[in-house]
Design a protein. Structure first.
Length: 116
């Protein structure tokens, strides 16, 4: 099993339209980081799935804080616990303009603990 997984191996990691997604398979991983850059206007929703088909909101914490959220309207880096999940994703749930560049990286352990 790999020590880490990342979407950087995928060719297209942009969100530039309503309902577009960037996802990462994270089975056997403990935690993940989601980095969003670019200039965009819209809402990105963080989600996870345990069965591979039913997606639910995923609580994430912006780097440097302990306040959790399930969405963002700005660029930044977020951490999440992905223990037991098959996949995590960032979904452009509402879109107005621009492009969000998304990278998701998962690691086997989650040293910061569970996100509450």
């Amino acid at each position: 099993m790999a020590d880490s997984l990342s979407t950087t191996d995928q060719p297209d990691i942009r969100l530039g339209a309503d309902e577009e997604t960037v996802e990462l398979s994270c089975a056997s991983m403990g935690g993940c980081a989601i980095q969003i850059t670019g200039t965009f206007s819209g809402t990105i929703t963080f989600e996870g799935t345990a069965d591979g088909g039913t997606w639910a909101a995923l609580r994430v914490c912006p780097i440097g804080t302990s306040v959790s959220a399930t969405t963002t309207t700005a660029a930044g880096i977020w951490f999440a616990c992905c223990v037991g999940l098959l996949k995590v994703r960032a979904r452009m749930s509402t879109y107005a303009s621009g492009d969000a560049l998304v990278v998701i990286r998962a690691v086997q352990s989650a040293p910061w603990g569970a996100i509450t």
